[in-house]
Write a protein that binds this ligand. Structure first.
Ligand SMILES: [Zn+2]
Length: 437
Protein backbone atom coordinates (compact mmCIF):
# COMPACT_ATOMS: atom_id res chain seq x y z
CA UNK A 1 0.00 0.00 0.00
CA UNK A 2 1.26 3.46 -0.87
CA UNK A 3 0.82 4.95 2.56
CA UNK A 4 2.18 8.31 1.45
CA UNK A 5 -1.21 9.02 -0.16
CA UNK A 6 -3.11 8.62 3.08
CA UNK A 7 -5.04 11.39 4.71
CA UNK A 8 -3.51 12.45 7.98
CA UNK A 9 -5.19 11.27 11.14
CA UNK A 10 -7.21 13.64 13.31
CA UNK A 11 -7.35 13.43 17.08
CA UNK A 12 -9.81 16.28 17.48
CA UNK A 13 -11.68 15.80 20.69
CA UNK A 14 -9.21 13.30 22.09
CA UNK A 15 -8.38 15.82 24.80
CA UNK A 16 -10.55 18.39 26.49
CA UNK A 17 -7.83 21.03 26.04
CA UNK A 18 -8.38 21.35 22.32
CA UNK A 19 -12.09 20.81 22.24
CA UNK A 20 -13.88 23.72 20.73
CA UNK A 21 -10.71 25.31 19.39
CA UNK A 22 -11.36 23.85 15.93
CA UNK A 23 -8.68 22.03 14.02
CA UNK A 24 -6.09 23.82 11.96
CA UNK A 25 -2.86 23.04 10.18
CA UNK A 26 0.37 23.59 12.08
CA UNK A 27 3.35 24.67 10.02
CA UNK A 28 6.91 23.64 10.84
CA UNK A 29 9.87 25.52 9.31
CA UNK A 30 11.58 22.34 8.13
CA UNK A 31 14.44 24.17 6.43
CA UNK A 32 15.85 24.43 9.98
CA UNK A 33 16.26 20.64 9.95
CA UNK A 34 18.94 20.67 7.25
CA UNK A 35 21.20 23.00 9.23
CA UNK A 36 20.53 21.08 12.45
CA UNK A 37 21.48 17.81 10.75
CA UNK A 38 24.68 19.28 9.33
CA UNK A 39 25.66 20.56 12.77
CA UNK A 40 24.68 17.34 14.52
CA UNK A 41 21.97 19.16 16.49
CA UNK A 42 18.56 17.96 17.61
CA UNK A 43 15.76 17.50 15.09
CA UNK A 44 13.09 17.21 17.77
CA UNK A 45 10.54 20.04 18.08
CA UNK A 46 9.48 21.76 21.27
CA UNK A 47 6.08 20.56 22.45
CA UNK A 48 4.63 24.03 22.91
CA UNK A 49 5.88 25.89 19.85
CA UNK A 50 7.31 25.06 16.38
CA UNK A 51 10.92 25.63 17.40
CA UNK A 52 13.68 23.01 17.33
CA UNK A 53 14.72 21.80 20.76
CA UNK A 54 18.17 22.18 22.27
CA UNK A 55 20.46 19.20 22.75
CA UNK A 56 19.72 19.15 26.49
CA UNK A 57 15.94 19.09 26.15
CA UNK A 58 14.49 15.70 27.10
CA UNK A 59 12.29 14.46 24.29
CA UNK A 60 9.98 11.61 23.41
CA UNK A 61 10.20 9.77 20.05
CA UNK A 62 7.11 8.44 18.31
CA UNK A 63 7.19 5.07 16.56
CA UNK A 64 4.16 4.45 14.39
CA UNK A 65 3.00 3.07 11.05
CA UNK A 66 2.22 5.41 8.19
CA UNK A 67 -0.82 3.36 7.20
CA UNK A 68 -2.53 4.74 10.34
CA UNK A 69 -2.29 8.24 8.86
CA UNK A 70 0.22 9.32 11.51
CA UNK A 71 2.88 10.15 8.92
CA UNK A 72 3.02 13.12 6.62
CA UNK A 73 -0.21 14.13 4.93
CA UNK A 74 -1.01 13.50 1.29
CA UNK A 75 0.15 16.96 0.23
CA UNK A 76 3.62 15.99 1.45
CA UNK A 77 4.19 19.36 3.06
CA UNK A 78 5.37 19.78 6.60
CA UNK A 79 2.11 21.03 7.91
CA UNK A 80 0.36 18.64 10.25
CA UNK A 81 -3.02 18.47 11.89
CA UNK A 82 -2.74 20.56 15.04
CA UNK A 83 -4.79 18.02 16.97
CA UNK A 84 -2.37 15.20 16.11
CA UNK A 85 0.68 17.24 17.09
CA UNK A 86 -0.99 18.29 20.33
CA UNK A 87 -1.96 14.68 21.05
CA UNK A 88 1.71 13.67 20.90
CA UNK A 89 2.93 16.85 22.64
CA UNK A 90 0.56 16.18 25.55
CA UNK A 91 2.14 12.73 25.97
CA UNK A 92 5.51 14.48 26.21
CA UNK A 93 4.17 16.81 28.87
CA UNK A 94 2.81 13.90 30.90
CA UNK A 95 6.34 12.44 30.88
CA UNK A 96 8.11 15.72 31.74
CA UNK A 97 9.63 15.90 28.29
CA UNK A 98 9.39 19.25 26.55
CA UNK A 99 10.27 18.08 23.05
CA UNK A 100 9.03 15.59 20.49
CA UNK A 101 10.76 13.66 17.70
CA UNK A 102 8.27 12.55 15.04
CA UNK A 103 9.46 11.63 11.55
CA UNK A 104 6.58 13.46 9.83
CA UNK A 105 8.12 16.78 10.93
CA UNK A 106 11.67 15.79 11.95
CA UNK A 107 12.93 14.40 8.63
CA UNK A 108 13.72 16.99 5.94
CA UNK A 109 12.40 16.79 2.37
CA UNK A 110 15.50 17.84 0.48
CA UNK A 111 16.86 14.49 -0.92
CA UNK A 112 20.46 14.70 0.30
CA UNK A 113 19.55 15.86 3.80
CA UNK A 114 16.76 13.30 3.82
CA UNK A 115 19.18 10.43 3.10
CA UNK A 116 21.45 11.60 5.91
CA UNK A 117 18.49 11.86 8.28
CA UNK A 118 17.14 8.40 7.41
CA UNK A 119 20.52 6.71 7.83
CA UNK A 120 20.81 8.15 11.32
CA UNK A 121 17.13 8.00 12.21
CA UNK A 122 17.58 5.12 14.67
CA UNK A 123 19.77 7.34 16.86
CA UNK A 124 16.81 9.59 17.58
CA UNK A 125 15.23 6.61 19.32
CA UNK A 126 18.41 5.71 21.19
CA UNK A 127 18.68 9.23 22.60
CA UNK A 128 15.02 9.75 23.47
CA UNK A 129 13.92 9.65 27.11
CA UNK A 130 10.96 7.54 26.05
CA UNK A 131 9.83 5.93 22.84
CA UNK A 132 6.06 5.92 22.43
CA UNK A 133 4.42 3.22 20.32
CA UNK A 134 1.33 4.57 18.57
CA UNK A 135 -0.76 2.06 16.60
CA UNK A 136 -4.46 2.71 16.00
CA UNK A 137 -5.35 -0.91 16.78
CA UNK A 138 -3.51 -0.77 20.12
CA UNK A 139 -4.80 2.71 20.97
CA UNK A 140 -8.31 1.22 20.72
CA UNK A 141 -7.38 -1.96 22.60
CA UNK A 142 -8.55 -1.74 26.25
CA UNK A 143 -5.69 -2.27 28.67
CA UNK A 144 -5.86 -5.37 30.86
CA UNK A 145 -3.45 -7.14 33.22
CA UNK A 146 -4.11 -10.55 31.69
CA UNK A 147 -1.32 -10.49 29.10
CA UNK A 148 -3.67 -9.77 26.21
CA UNK A 149 -2.05 -6.35 25.44
CA UNK A 150 1.25 -8.13 24.78
CA UNK A 151 -0.44 -10.54 22.35
CA UNK A 152 -2.23 -7.58 20.73
CA UNK A 153 1.18 -5.99 20.16
CA UNK A 154 2.51 -8.86 18.08
CA UNK A 155 -0.76 -8.93 16.10
CA UNK A 156 -0.66 -5.19 15.44
CA UNK A 157 0.34 -3.56 12.17
CA UNK A 158 3.12 -1.85 14.09
CA UNK A 159 4.77 -5.23 14.67
CA UNK A 160 4.77 -6.12 10.96
CA UNK A 161 7.09 -3.37 9.79
CA UNK A 162 10.84 -3.55 9.35
CA UNK A 163 11.66 -0.02 10.50
CA UNK A 164 9.62 -0.30 13.69
CA UNK A 165 11.71 -3.36 14.63
CA UNK A 166 14.81 -1.17 14.46
CA UNK A 167 13.09 1.63 16.39
CA UNK A 168 12.12 -0.81 19.14
CA UNK A 169 15.61 -2.26 19.21
CA UNK A 170 17.28 1.14 19.59
CA UNK A 171 14.94 2.47 22.28
CA UNK A 172 15.74 2.62 25.98
CA UNK A 173 12.40 3.08 27.71
CA UNK A 174 9.38 2.04 25.62
CA UNK A 175 5.78 3.01 26.40
CA UNK A 176 2.79 1.68 24.49
CA UNK A 177 -0.52 3.54 24.15
CA UNK A 178 -3.65 1.57 25.07
CA UNK A 179 -7.28 2.49 25.62
CA UNK A 180 -8.27 3.28 29.18
CA UNK A 181 -10.79 0.57 30.17
CA UNK A 182 -12.27 2.99 32.74
CA UNK A 183 -13.36 5.21 29.87
CA UNK A 184 -10.88 8.06 30.41
CA UNK A 185 -10.30 10.14 27.32
CA UNK A 186 -6.52 10.00 27.55
CA UNK A 187 -4.68 6.88 26.39
CA UNK A 188 -2.85 4.82 28.99
CA UNK A 189 0.92 4.66 28.63
CA UNK A 190 2.21 1.24 29.64
CA UNK A 191 5.85 0.34 30.11
CA UNK A 192 6.82 -2.41 27.70
CA UNK A 193 9.46 -4.16 29.79
CA UNK A 194 7.85 -3.78 33.22
CA UNK A 195 4.12 -3.90 32.56
CA UNK A 196 3.46 -5.55 29.20
CA UNK A 197 6.00 -8.34 28.78
CA UNK A 198 5.62 -11.46 30.90
CA UNK A 199 8.22 -11.76 33.64
CA UNK A 200 8.25 -15.55 33.87
CA UNK A 201 6.67 -18.51 32.07
CA UNK A 202 5.50 -19.76 35.46
CA UNK A 203 3.22 -16.78 36.03
CA UNK A 204 1.92 -16.16 32.50
CA UNK A 205 -0.16 -17.94 29.87
CA UNK A 206 1.73 -19.79 27.10
CA UNK A 207 0.52 -17.23 24.53
CA UNK A 208 1.68 -14.32 26.69
CA UNK A 209 5.08 -15.94 27.14
CA UNK A 210 5.46 -16.65 23.42
CA UNK A 211 4.55 -13.06 22.53
CA UNK A 212 7.04 -11.87 25.16
CA UNK A 213 9.77 -14.02 23.65
CA UNK A 214 9.11 -12.61 20.17
CA UNK A 215 9.28 -9.01 21.42
CA UNK A 216 12.30 -9.59 23.69
CA UNK A 217 14.33 -10.74 20.71
CA UNK A 218 14.42 -7.07 19.81
CA UNK A 219 15.22 -5.80 23.30
CA UNK A 220 18.79 -7.14 23.48
CA UNK A 221 21.87 -7.16 21.24
CA UNK A 222 21.59 -9.41 18.21
CA UNK A 223 24.69 -11.56 17.95
CA UNK A 224 23.76 -14.31 15.56
CA UNK A 225 22.32 -14.60 12.10
CA UNK A 226 19.43 -16.81 13.22
CA UNK A 227 18.04 -14.16 15.57
CA UNK A 228 18.51 -11.45 12.96
CA UNK A 229 16.64 -13.38 10.28
CA UNK A 230 13.91 -14.39 12.71
CA UNK A 231 13.39 -10.77 13.73
CA UNK A 232 13.02 -9.61 10.14
CA UNK A 233 11.46 -12.61 8.39
CA UNK A 234 7.83 -11.68 8.99
CA UNK A 235 8.34 -7.96 8.55
CA UNK A 236 7.84 -5.87 5.47
CA UNK A 237 9.35 -2.68 4.17
CA UNK A 238 8.27 -0.47 1.29
CA UNK A 239 11.67 -0.98 -0.33
CA UNK A 240 13.44 -4.36 -0.45
CA UNK A 241 16.79 -2.67 0.02
CA UNK A 242 15.63 -1.25 3.36
CA UNK A 243 15.60 -4.76 4.80
CA UNK A 244 19.32 -5.11 4.23
CA UNK A 245 19.98 -1.67 5.73
CA UNK A 246 17.83 -2.52 8.77
CA UNK A 247 19.79 -5.79 9.15
CA UNK A 248 23.05 -3.88 9.29
CA UNK A 249 21.70 -1.43 11.85
CA UNK A 250 20.17 -4.18 14.01
CA UNK A 251 23.44 -6.11 13.93
CA UNK A 252 25.25 -2.85 14.80
CA UNK A 253 27.91 -3.38 12.16
CA UNK A 254 30.60 -0.78 12.83
CA UNK A 255 31.28 1.73 10.02
CA UNK A 256 28.91 -0.02 7.67
CA UNK A 257 28.54 1.76 4.34
CA UNK A 258 24.76 1.87 3.96
CA UNK A 259 25.08 3.29 0.45
CA UNK A 260 26.90 0.15 -0.75
CA UNK A 261 25.28 -2.65 -2.75
CA UNK A 262 22.99 -5.07 -0.93
CA UNK A 263 25.36 -8.03 -1.20
CA UNK A 264 28.27 -5.97 0.15
CA UNK A 265 26.20 -4.89 3.16
CA UNK A 266 25.12 -8.52 3.61
CA UNK A 267 28.72 -9.77 3.76
CA UNK A 268 29.54 -7.03 6.28
CA UNK A 269 26.62 -8.11 8.46
CA UNK A 270 27.58 -11.79 8.27
CA UNK A 271 31.28 -11.09 8.81
CA UNK A 272 30.45 -8.95 11.86
CA UNK A 273 28.16 -11.54 13.45
CA UNK A 274 30.73 -14.25 12.76
CA UNK A 275 28.51 -17.28 13.11
CA UNK A 276 25.58 -18.83 11.33
CA UNK A 277 23.28 -21.81 11.96
CA UNK A 278 23.71 -24.78 9.62
CA UNK A 279 20.15 -24.41 8.32
CA UNK A 280 20.97 -21.04 6.70
CA UNK A 281 23.05 -22.89 4.10
CA UNK A 282 20.07 -25.02 3.01
CA UNK A 283 18.60 -22.26 0.86
CA UNK A 284 18.15 -23.53 -2.72
CA UNK A 285 18.92 -20.04 -4.08
CA UNK A 286 21.61 -18.73 -6.43
CA UNK A 287 24.69 -17.70 -4.48
CA UNK A 288 26.45 -14.37 -4.27
CA UNK A 289 29.49 -15.77 -6.09
CA UNK A 290 30.08 -18.88 -8.15
CA UNK A 291 33.14 -19.98 -6.24
CA UNK A 292 35.49 -18.81 -3.52
CA UNK A 293 34.51 -16.42 -0.69
CA UNK A 294 30.77 -16.14 0.05
CA UNK A 295 29.97 -18.76 -2.61
CA UNK A 296 27.75 -20.50 -0.01
CA UNK A 297 25.74 -17.35 0.65
CA UNK A 298 22.53 -16.38 -1.19
CA UNK A 299 22.52 -13.01 -2.94
CA UNK A 300 20.52 -11.33 -0.16
CA UNK A 301 20.13 -12.08 3.53
CA UNK A 302 16.40 -12.64 3.30
CA UNK A 303 16.88 -15.52 0.86
CA UNK A 304 18.17 -17.50 3.82
CA UNK A 305 15.82 -19.90 5.55
CA UNK A 306 14.70 -18.90 9.01
CA UNK A 307 14.55 -21.03 12.09
CA UNK A 308 11.20 -19.89 13.42
CA UNK A 309 11.43 -21.63 16.78
CA UNK A 310 12.13 -18.79 19.20
CA UNK A 311 14.92 -18.93 21.73
CA UNK A 312 16.08 -22.50 21.67
CA UNK A 313 19.22 -21.11 23.19
CA UNK A 314 21.47 -23.78 21.70
CA UNK A 315 22.63 -21.99 18.57
CA UNK A 316 25.97 -20.98 20.05
CA UNK A 317 28.14 -24.07 20.20
CA UNK A 318 27.34 -25.89 17.04
CA UNK A 319 26.92 -22.89 14.77
CA UNK A 320 29.21 -22.55 11.79
CA UNK A 321 31.95 -19.94 12.03
CA UNK A 322 32.09 -17.29 9.33
CA UNK A 323 35.75 -16.56 8.66
CA UNK A 324 37.24 -13.25 7.58
CA UNK A 325 38.03 -14.70 4.15
CA UNK A 326 34.34 -15.37 3.43
CA UNK A 327 34.52 -19.09 4.12
CA UNK A 328 32.32 -20.91 6.58
CA UNK A 329 33.69 -23.56 8.89
CA UNK A 330 32.20 -26.15 11.22
CA UNK A 331 31.24 -29.74 11.96
CA UNK A 332 29.16 -31.77 9.54
CA UNK A 333 28.27 -35.41 9.14
CA UNK A 334 29.54 -36.26 5.71
CA UNK A 335 30.18 -39.01 3.26
CA UNK A 336 31.07 -39.67 -0.35
CA UNK A 337 28.36 -40.28 -2.88
CA UNK A 338 27.81 -43.61 -4.49
CA UNK A 339 26.22 -44.37 -7.84
CA UNK A 340 22.78 -45.02 -6.32
CA UNK A 341 22.63 -41.59 -4.72
CA UNK A 342 22.24 -39.74 -8.00
CA UNK A 343 18.86 -41.33 -8.63
CA UNK A 344 17.85 -40.72 -5.02
CA UNK A 345 18.27 -36.98 -4.84
CA UNK A 346 16.96 -33.87 -6.52
CA UNK A 347 17.64 -30.14 -6.21
CA UNK A 348 15.81 -28.38 -3.37
CA UNK A 349 13.65 -25.38 -4.25
CA UNK A 350 12.43 -24.14 -7.59
CA UNK A 351 15.30 -21.94 -8.67
CA UNK A 352 16.53 -23.00 -12.09
CA UNK A 353 20.08 -21.66 -11.80
CA UNK A 354 20.60 -23.36 -8.43
CA UNK A 355 19.16 -26.62 -9.83
CA UNK A 356 21.41 -26.60 -12.90
CA UNK A 357 24.50 -26.25 -10.75
CA UNK A 358 23.46 -29.39 -8.87
CA UNK A 359 22.58 -31.37 -12.00
CA UNK A 360 25.91 -30.53 -13.53
CA UNK A 361 27.83 -31.54 -10.39
CA UNK A 362 25.92 -34.83 -10.16
CA UNK A 363 27.30 -35.66 -13.60
CA UNK A 364 30.64 -35.95 -11.79
CA UNK A 365 29.29 -37.38 -8.55
CA UNK A 366 32.56 -39.19 -7.72
CA UNK A 367 34.06 -35.87 -6.60
CA UNK A 368 31.07 -34.82 -4.48
CA UNK A 369 30.34 -35.10 -0.79
CA UNK A 370 27.04 -35.06 0.98
CA UNK A 371 26.89 -33.00 4.18
CA UNK A 372 24.24 -33.46 6.81
CA UNK A 373 23.37 -31.35 9.83
CA UNK A 374 25.36 -32.73 12.82
CA UNK A 375 22.19 -33.29 14.84
CA UNK A 376 20.17 -34.39 11.84
CA UNK A 377 18.12 -31.23 12.13
CA UNK A 378 17.18 -30.69 8.49
CA UNK A 379 14.83 -33.57 7.67
CA UNK A 380 15.72 -35.02 4.30
CA UNK A 381 17.80 -32.07 3.15
CA UNK A 382 21.54 -32.34 2.60
CA UNK A 383 24.25 -30.10 1.19
CA UNK A 384 26.02 -31.17 -1.95
CA UNK A 385 29.62 -29.96 -2.02
CA UNK A 386 32.67 -30.60 -4.15
CA UNK A 387 35.64 -31.97 -2.19
CA UNK A 388 38.69 -29.97 -3.21
CA UNK A 389 41.25 -31.15 -0.66
CA UNK A 390 41.68 -32.97 2.63
CA UNK A 391 43.84 -31.62 5.39
CA UNK A 392 44.33 -34.81 7.43
CA UNK A 393 46.45 -33.08 10.04
CA UNK A 394 43.75 -30.56 10.87
CA UNK A 395 40.99 -33.08 10.21
CA UNK A 396 39.54 -30.56 7.80
CA UNK A 397 37.81 -31.06 4.48
CA UNK A 398 38.06 -28.16 2.03
CA UNK A 399 34.93 -27.96 -0.07
CA UNK A 400 33.20 -25.91 -2.71
CA UNK A 401 29.51 -25.20 -2.25
CA UNK A 402 27.20 -26.67 -4.88
CA UNK A 403 23.70 -26.56 -3.45
CA UNK A 404 20.94 -28.09 -1.37
CA UNK A 405 19.44 -31.45 -2.31
CA UNK A 406 16.37 -33.38 -1.20
CA UNK A 407 17.33 -36.98 -0.48
CA UNK A 408 14.78 -39.78 -0.87
CA UNK A 409 13.91 -41.05 2.58
CA UNK A 410 14.88 -44.62 1.66
CA UNK A 411 18.42 -43.53 0.78
CA UNK A 412 21.43 -44.44 2.87
CA UNK A 413 22.13 -40.71 3.11
CA UNK A 414 19.56 -40.48 5.84
CA UNK A 415 21.09 -43.22 7.91
CA UNK A 416 23.33 -42.57 10.85
CA UNK A 417 27.09 -43.07 10.57
CA UNK A 418 27.65 -42.05 7.00
CA UNK A 419 31.24 -43.18 6.75
CA UNK A 420 31.93 -44.45 3.26
CA UNK A 421 35.56 -43.75 2.64
CA UNK A 422 36.15 -41.84 5.88
CA UNK A 423 37.05 -43.16 9.27
CA UNK A 424 35.25 -40.36 11.06
CA UNK A 425 31.61 -39.59 10.34
CA UNK A 426 31.83 -36.07 11.83
CA UNK A 427 34.27 -33.84 10.03
CA UNK A 428 35.31 -30.24 10.21
CA UNK A 429 34.46 -28.74 6.86
CA UNK A 430 35.47 -25.45 5.34
CA UNK A 431 33.31 -24.19 2.49
CA UNK A 432 34.11 -21.35 0.11
CA UNK A 433 37.64 -20.62 1.30
CA UNK A 434 39.58 -20.17 -1.90
CA UNK A 435 38.85 -19.75 -5.55
CA UNK A 436 39.12 -23.05 -7.40
CA UNK A 437 38.80 -23.40 -11.12
ZN1 LIG B 1 -8.06 17.55 13.96
Amino acid sequence: MDSSNLIQLHKCGAYPIIEGTGCHQMFFPVELLETALQNGESTAWMCDTPVLSGSGDPYIAITHVWSDGTGMGADNTHTVNACLFQYFAKLGNRLNCNALWWDAISVPKEPKARRLALNNMHENYANAEYTIIHDTYLVNFPWSDDGSPCIAMILSTWFTRGWTALELFMSKKVLVLFKDPAGGCEPLMKDLDDEILAQSPATSSPAHWLATTLIRRLRRPIDNVGDLLAALSTRSTSWVRDRTIISALLAQVPDCDLAAGESIIATQVLGHLGQIPHNCLFHGKPTMRDSGPWSWCPATLHDMPVDTAPDLGDSGDDSLKIKGDGSVEGKWRCRKLDADDVANMKPYGDNLAAAMKIESALGRWEGCLLLRHPRDGQGNLALLVWLTSINLEAGMLECRYIGTVVVASSSTALREGMVHGFSNPMWSVRIGGKVYN
